[in-house]
Design a protein around this ligand. Structure first.
Ligand code: ASP
Length: 329
């Protein structure tokens, strides 16, 4: 929980002043390097503390010889169905109109991918995304069409707006600022990457997006190449944070391309973060974190502001790791 608290603190401090690229300081004490899991295959990594329990479920599939694809789907479903998590699936904070709208995607080792965006009333959008991938010639379905498709596939309508999320939204309505305030509550998207016993990679990403976003807003999370990208020859990457900034640099695709060109996962994530910093005049409230896993089971993460963490599970290890960061505030 301390990571989450730090994140809130960080974001609030960051909003107190205008932070420009020129003002940021890299933390010189942080060593860039390779992290290799001791029991490298199978392996699963996922964003934020919620990743710990999601990884456990993914691990059950991986340890039993199941596919990385099944693992990541079952893993992130745990977070989607957790009503206490206010950034993903059931219990997610709504948009400015009080509607919970979900974005998710999934990608496997054969470069097959599926996504849903702006989907309402369905608790496990990642599984709808998988159906889009497997049962249609398309990659992404959005809004009403995605809902219709989900219902046709047998998914049930659920009320995703919990009493507690509704109360928070009603409080927010008192001031009703359409610019989303950024804090941990809207930075808990789960992105997950796994390698199975065959050495194949898959990834998934799912979110309710930024709290109180404009109705119809879609972030990076369902966009292949932005919130998630997997290339089985190289590795995979996923993102969390302000989706607009991730989309602008095709974030996860960039991280995978950097790994293809020889960067370690952590270095690749750092380069992508630096690119975002370079492209934005105003870094106020602009938190982004990347997480990457390469084909050899090396993993790493990097973020703009201190506070992003990710969960790791292998045969030998199960832990939460603080990602390195660019701005120590
Ligand atoms: N990336 C997500 C979005 O922009 C938010 C998050 O990671 O918390 O919708």
């Amino acid at each position: 929980m301390s990571g989450r608290r730090n994140f809130i603190k960080t974001s609030m401090l960051a909003s107190a002043a205008l932070i420009t690229p020129a003002a940021y300081r890299g933390n010189k004490n942080q060593q860039q390097g390779k992290n290799t899991a001791k029991g490298a295959k199978p392996i699963v990594v996922s964003t934020w503390q919620a990743g710990l329990s999601a990884n456990k479920t993914a691990w059950a599939t991986l340890a039993g010889g199941g596919s990385a694809l099944d693992a990541v789907e079952s893993g992130v479903r745990v977070t989607e169905s957790d009503a206490e998590n206010s950034s993903v699936g059931l219990g997610g904070l709504p948009d400015c109109d009080g509607k919970v709208t979900l974005d998710a995607c999934i990608m496997d080792h054969k470069t097959r991918c599926g996504a849903v965006a702006f989907l309402q009333h369905i608790e496990n959008p990642v599984s709808v995304a998988r159906k889009v991938m497997e049962d249609t010639p398309h990659v992404m379905l959005a809004g009403e069409g995605a809902l219709q498709f989900a219902l046709e596939k047998g998914f049930e309508k659920t009320n995703l707006l919990t009493t507690s999320a509704k109360k928070k939204w009603q409080k927010w309505l008192e001031k009703s600022r359409y610019q989303p305030v950024i804090n941990i509550e809207n930075h808990d998207t789960i992105g997950m990457l796994a390698i199975d016993q065959n050495g194949d990679l898959s990834g998934a990403c799912t979110t309710s997006g930024m709290a109180y976003k404009l109705h119809g807003r879609v972030g990076d999370s369902p966009i292949i190449g932005a919130g998630l990208f997997v290339d089985n020859e190289v590795g995979g990457a996923c993102a969390t944070g302000v989706g607009e900034a991730v989309i602008r640099i095709a974030g996860s695709a960039v991280v995978v391309e950097l790994m293809r060109n020889g960067h370690s996962p952590e270095e690749a994530c750092k380069e992508a973060v630096l690119r975002i910093i370079k492209k934005h005049q105003n870094l106020k409230n602009l938190q982004v974190g990347f997480l990457a896993l390469n084909k050899n089971g090396e993993y790493g993460g990097y973020c703009i502001y201190k506070g992003f963490n990710f969960a790791l599970k292998t045969r030998a290890e199960e832990k939460l790791i603080d990602a390195k960061y660019e701005i120590d505030k």
